[in-house]
Design a protein around this ligand. Structure first.
Ligand code: ZN
Ligand code: ZN
Length: 397
């Protein structure tokens, strides 16, 4: 045992790459059964861990025990879709148990504004707990920001922020928290997945159609984390016909208030030939035989350079799917500023290069932690240095 450890250490040193217990050489995305909300954990082939949302407030034992069972010890990146407490309701609990090593990337707003900073020193809800636990690691996402995992290998995993705050190809003005969801794409050679929180696709109720504007930035994917738990107001036909998923994953629970997933969103998926996997039976439509499977934790796994991926559900049931024959041409990270983090196993590329407040005399490198303090209405950015302002000295390069 000692000798194995020594060999492992020597291997790690000579290759300058960390090896973690839970990395198994494949890309794994675990859509955790967290109740009526979202929480997914990505593990890169070499064991870097990214959490996309973290579960539902009051049900935090679910993501914590699942991550413990996986052998996760730390989270490298946390990516928040939006600030509702069915998405980041366990930030404090999960990130205390599994410390955040690098960045917490979110859409850079303050929510709800009346609750921050907390009045009378009273903790003021989910958002405050999230910002408190991630501290200076909080990073404002920008459109095109790319996180690369396993950078020193021939099979890196890339996560690109394709849309946020109502901005897709065009800007849709909205104040609805679901509509403002950040949309992340995961790419691993020919494999692509899209995870977009509670994004809406219909200008109904208090929602707007954001999906139609975001779809052309996503392109074809293999796996679609179904927007808004299979709500009536999401997954429109433009979206589904553009992203052409092989499968959809629906994250739902037993909270009757929601009635997710809905009959109509499922019909749109089925009509487009998309089979779905649910984390729970939900409180809406019944699953259709041959199309929908209720599977608890849904695990998508992809071997390097494979033309297939597998979906594991209900413990050890496994389905195999073919990927689209070509990789998604939209994915290529654009001209970006690369920030290489401590151990060179991953990096973050951000565009644009600089950001500043319309009202301030200083400007920042866009990854500077002070950027997230800029009010969205004053936020400006660019790749060249803005005239008439001086560079903020405390920023990293
Ligand atoms: Zn939600
Ligand atoms: Zn929401």
């Amino acid at each position: 045992m000692k000798r194995r450890l020594l060999i492992l250490c020597l291997f790690s040193l000579c290759c300058a790459l960390p090896v973690f217990a839970q990395g198994n050489g494949n890309l794994q995305i675990h859509f955790m059964n967290v109740g009526q909300g979202d929480g997914a954990v990505l593990i890169s082939p070499r064991g870097e861990v990214v959490l996309f949302d973290n579960g539902v407030r009051s049900l935090c034992h679910l993501p914590i025990s699942y991550l413990q069972d996986l052998g996760v010890e730390k989270i490298d990146y946390h990516i928040t879709s939006h600030y509702h407490d069915d998405h980041i309701g366990c930030a404090q609990e999960v990130l205390t148990e599994f410390p955040l090593r690098r960045l917490a990337i979110d859409r850079g707003f303050i929510y709800p504004s009346t609750n921050y900073p907390p009045k009378n020193n009273k903790p003021g809800g989910t958002f405050w707990k999230y910002t408190n636990v991630v501290g200076s690691k909080r990073t404002k996402a920008t459109q095109g920001m790319t996180v690369t995992l396993d950078t020193a290998t021939t099979n890196p995993v890339r996560i690109k922020i394709v849309a946020l705050n109502g901005n897709g190809k065009v800007k849709v003005t909205t104040a609805n928290e679901n509509d403002l969801s950040l949309v992340a794409m995961v790419s691993f050679a020919e494999f692509d997945a899209v995870i977009g929180g509670d994004l809406s696709g219909f200008p109904l109720s208090h929602y707007k159609d954001i999906e139609t504007s975001v779809a052309p930035l996503v392109g074809q994917v293999e796996v679609y984390k179904v927007n808004h738990h299979g709500s009536t107001y999401s997954t429109n036909n433009n979206w589904i016909e553009t992203i052409k998923p092989r499968i959809g994953v629906i994250s739902v629970g037993s909270n009757k208030k929601h009635g997710h997933p809905t009959k109509d969103s499922l019909k749109r998926l089925h009509d487009a030939g998309v089979k779905t996997y649910w984390t729970h039976s939900g409180t809406g439509a019944n699953p259709k035989a041959g199309w929908d499977k209720i599977g608890g934790n849904i695990i998508v796994e992809v071997a390097p350079n494979s033309a297939k991926f597998t979906v594991t559900y209900n413990g050890d049931n496994e389905d195999t799917y073919n990927m689209w024959p070509t990789s998604n041409p939209l994915f290529a990270p654009s001209n970006t500023l690369s920030i290489t983090t401590t151990d060179a196993s991953s990096s973050v590329a951000i565009e644009p290069k600089y950001a500043w407040s319309r009202r301030a005399r200083v400007y920042h490198y866009s990854n500077c932690i002070y950027v997230h303090n800029i009010s969205p209405k004053n936020y400006e950015s660019g790749d060249s240095e803005p005239g008439g302002r001086r560079l903020h000295k405390g920023c990293p390069k």
